[in-house]
Design a protein around this ligand. Structure first.
Ligand code: PHE
Ligand code: ZN
Length: 880
């Protein structure tokens, strides 16, 4: 593809479709060398349009026959281009019948219809349906689908599509068919088909109106014992959406299918969700607690899409955050309700600040609603998902629970069955509250992370305390022109000398208040303040901004101990740790001796000894800021200094607190996974704390931790403990212990894909894998397949994103290796190739030597022949 042929699509060019579809009938005939797709599309010109020409998307299709009503079309009657077909003259109402031949067996892009292991499955979001048949592949064309699937009965006894089965039967030659009908109009990106020899785990959910819904989870037979948790999670999600949002499920069947080859986590196809195996399959032998929590969240996320995404969908792909931001917000609230609200918030904010803030500061930075794109697959980003969820959260904060719910009810009611925009969502929130959100709209249309600087002053005579807020937003490489001020909700409180929240004069005596910063600079004054308080700002991280206030170390310690906002207690600790780490990084760079302040050790000692706090919170308090976050905060990131300083802190804490950490370890060692409570949040927190203690213990050079880890490894009754011990051994520097554990683990688990992925990533993410030879050995294993995205992520992805010292080795060899695999993958699976680009897009963060090495690899990738749109967009935006 030549450079000029990649066109940019603009939101401002949006035009409503000229033709609508009244219904669609599809017949799939699946064979071992390919598949025929027969489509019968009932078109009707929209009443306000007069276009004569019809455009249908279609890519990599072999067209076998096409007719309009009873008239066969010949080659003069239409024009084909690389992205579809134009039929210059069509009547106002007509039936288009079309037959295509496709090759699912050769489809390694994993878009459209493809084969994963022995089953057929589809992935149509965002633009995969055009790889199945000619069609108006855009989300604002919604219609009802009837789908008939024909296949060999022995090889593919299970034939699934959206909606309800209405007919089935045997055909000649050992074949059979099933016909499905989905009564809800939908865009084609929500279409799905599955054919395979699958085990089915069944369940039942009774909805709030008393309807019984059949729940079915389809998996490979060998995974029959890995379905329980997903099924339970599904039931909890269905109940929660009824209780919290008043949303009842609408079909009689809800199905989930697990597939091994999948580009993303999972997909919300109407009534037939398709999941990456790693996001649905679990039992205590094979899945870690982290995997359990991921499964619960993703099952909920996809289920919640049934309303936020399917019943009400996106008008065009610029509106992607309409469904994704809202649904991430919904799944986060669900997880908060199921587990711990504060812990969930800490995890989400940590992720947002590390990964989304970095994206927002890089060359792929874009607003939550982008103004343009070349390849929409590149916009399934942290900004659209995670920052988009923060925008919904801010509306929730501004409106309060009850009004937010009224707004959500209005939105679902008013737009049921429609394809709408992010404005429609905000308008519903505005109407129920009578509030003006026109400035809030800037959050959707302006990229970048706003910065808020806060200063305070106290007047003892007048008993007045004032806070002055100033906002700004940096202009990034991807931005054009000035930015307008944001509407920023800042939840805050003032804490008095005794550690209690002061009643706030400005908020009728309440102790927490949402200050709305709308101008560039604003000052608020609190009356009747007897002595200078400590401000607690941006409680619960009420807006996705970088807020700074010049706290003293004493104030941070005070907030850690007293803030009534759990998130801000943790935040104060993080700020302290950051200060310490940033000083050490400087010392390292100046070749000075590193010293960890005694006081910092005492803070950690008191956390380790704290018996009052939730164990999960203690765990979060013991967590040092990640290397990737330290990189994101640096002007010019010195990866070696960051790594060594952070490891130094861990080693010092480990030595100084050895006795306390060992006690903590043993106090939490007795969780039996086989008890009925083994998977509840309390049990999970206890395991997390024990393994945190083990990990910290292993940071010092003493051998005791290795002995403890070996013992845990050999006696573990669940994957959480086994995996944690393995990770400690791999990182211990004791090569023989690491080797022994790795081979034992491999022998036991190499046939289990989910566990094998963990075996791979434990190694590639470990800084003990210092040379590229180690990585190449993993890639060379027969268990590694470039065509399987999970393997690519767990080996190459984990290495580049988590093993930062090795990836950024000054030789630049790792950059070259990454480029080599991006180039290979570009021909196989452009979406995955494009996602792997991310670390190279961050070249501006590093020193000039590394910048040059990274740029050289970007240029090398750019020079590849037939570069996909996906990779081309990212490379071209990244090059200076
Ligand atoms: N829509 C899916 C989700 O967020 C993600 C996805 C996008 C899956 C594109 C596959 C392809 O739930
Ligand atoms: Zn989603």
């Amino acid at each position: 593809m030549s450079e000029s042929s990649v066109k940019t699509i603009y939101l401002k060019d949006y035009q409503a479709p000229a033709f609508e579809l009244e219904q669609v009938k599809l017949t799939f005939r699946l064979f071992e060398d390919g598949a025929t797709v027969l489509s019968v599309l009932n078109f009707k010109r929209c009443s306000d349009k007069n276009e004569q020409a019809l455009y249908l998307h279609g890519e990599d299709l072999e067209l076998r026959a096409i007719k309009i009503n009873d008239q066969e079309l010949s080659e003069e009657d239409y024009q084909l281009d690389s992205e579809g077909m134009t039929i210059p003259y069509v009547p106002a109402e007509f039936v288009l019948t079309c037959e295509t031949w496709i090759k699912p067996q050769d489809n390694k892009r994993l878009e459209g219809l493809y084969k994963s292991s022995s089953m057929f499955c589809t992935q149509c979001e965002a633009e995969g349906f055009r790889r199945i048949t000619f069609y108006p592949d855009r989300p604002d064309v919604m219609t009802v689908f009837q789908t008939c699937i024909e296949a060999d009965k022995n090889l593919y006894p299970v034939l699934l599509s959206n909606g309800n089965p209405i007919e089935s039967g045997d055909l000649s030659d050992g074949r059979h068919f099933v016909t499905w009908e989905d009564p809800f109009p939908k865009p084609c990106y929500l279409f799905a088909l599955v054919a395979g020899d699958l085990y089915c785990q069944e369940g039942i959910f009774e909805t709030c109106s008393g309807r019984k819904v059949d729940l079915r989870i389809f998996v490979d037979h060998k995974n029959a014992n890995k379905c329980d948790y997903a099924l339970d999670s599904l039931k909890r999600s269905m109940k929660w959406d009824e209780e919290v949002y008043g949303r009842e499920y609408d079909l009689d069947i809800f199905m989930i299918v697990a597939v091994d080859d999948f580009n993303m986590g999972a997909m919300e196809n109407k009534g037939l969700n398709i999941f990456n195996s790693s996001c649905v399959l679990a039992n205590t032998q094979t899945a870690t607690d982290m995997a359990y929590q991921r499964i619960e969240a993703i099952v909920a996320h996809e289920y919640f899409h049934n309303w936020s995404g399917n019943r009400v969908t996106c008008r065009d792909w610029f509106q992607l955050s309409l469904k994704e931001g809202f649904t991430v917000f919904r799944d986060a609230e669900f997880s908060a309700d199921m587990n711990s609200r504060v812990v969930k918030r800490i995890e989400d904010v940590n992720f947002l600040r590390t990964a989304q803030f970095a994206e927002d500061a890089g060359p792929m930075s874009h607003p939550v609603r982008p103004a343009s794109y070349m390849e929409i697959s590149n916009f399934y980003t942290l900004t659209v998902y995670e920052k988009g969820a923060e925008l919904v959260r801010m509306l929730h904060t501004l409106l309060g629970e009850a009004q937010f719910r009224a707004g959500s009810d209005l939105y679902f009611d008013r737009h049921d069955g429609q394809a709408v925009t992010t404005e429609d969502f905000v308008i519903a929130m505005s109407e129920v509250s009578g509030r003006d959100f026109s400035q809030f709209q800037n959050w959707y249309d302006q990229g970048g992370t706003p910065e808020v600087k806060v200063s305070s002053s106290y007047d003892a005579d007048k008993k007045q305390y004032s806070l002055t807020f100033t906002q700004s937003c940096p202009i990034g490489v991807a931005d054009s022109g000035e930015k307008q001020a944001f509407h920023i909700p800042i939840t805050l409180g003032l804490i008095g000398g005794n550690g209690e929240d002061l009643p706030l004069s400005i908020a009728d005596g309440q102790s927490s208040w949402v200050f709305e910063l709308v101008d560039e600079t604003e000052t608020v004054t609190f009356e009747g303040v007897d002595s200078e308080p400590t401000p607690s700002l941006l409680r619960n991280f009420s807006a996705p901004v970088k807020l700074s206030y010049d706290y003293s170390d004493e104030q941070l310690l005070f907030l850690m101990a007293h803030d009534s906002d759990g998130f801000n207690r943790w935040e104060a600790g993080q700020t302290l740790s950051l200060r310490v780490l940033q000083t050490l990084i400087q010392q390292y760079q100046n070749k000075e001796t590193l010293v960890l302040p005694e006081r910092f050790i005492e803070v950690f000692r008191s956390i380790v000894l704290n018996k009052e706090l939730d164990k999960a919170i203690v765990c979060k308090l013991l967590m040092l800021p990640a290397e990737s976050y330290l990189i994101e905060l640096s002007e010019e990131a010195d990866v070696d200094a960051i790594h060594h300083s952070r490891e130094f802190v861990r080693a010092e804490l480990s030595t100084a607190l050895r006795g306390e950490l060992e006690a903590l370890y043993y106090a939490n060692a007795n969780v039996n996974i086989n008890t009925s409570t083994g998977l509840d949040f309390v049990a999970m927190s206890q395991r997390a704390l024990k393994n945190m203690a083990l990990s910290l213990l292993s940071a010092s050079p003493n051998k005791q931790a290795v002995i403890l880890a070996k013992q845990q490894f050999s006696t573990a009754t669940n994957m959480t403990d086994s995996h944690a011990a393995l990770s400690v051994l791999v990182n211990s520097g004791d090569d023989s212990a690491a080797h022994a554990a790795l081979s034992e683990f491999y022998d036991k688990w190499h046939e289990d894909a989910q566990v094998l992925e963990q075996w791979f990533s434990v190694q590639s993410a470990s800084a003990s894998l210092t040379d590229l030879e180690g990585l190449k050995k993993l890639i060379a294993l027969p268990d590694f397949e470039l065509s399987n995205p999970n393997k690519v992520r767990s080996v190459i992805g984990a290495f580049c994103q988590q093993n930062l010292v090795s990836f950024h080795h000054e030789s630049g060899d790792a950059y070259a290796l990454l480029a080599e695999y991006i180039i290979k993958l570009d021909d196989l699976n452009p979406q995955i190739a494009s996602r792997l680009m991310m670390p190279l897009t961050r070249w501006r963060k590093f020193n000039t030597n590394r910048q040059a090495l990274m740029l050289a690899q970007l240029k090398r990738i750019h020079g590849k022949d037939n570069l996909s749109k996906d990779v081309r967009e990212v490379v071209e935006k990244s090059l200076p």
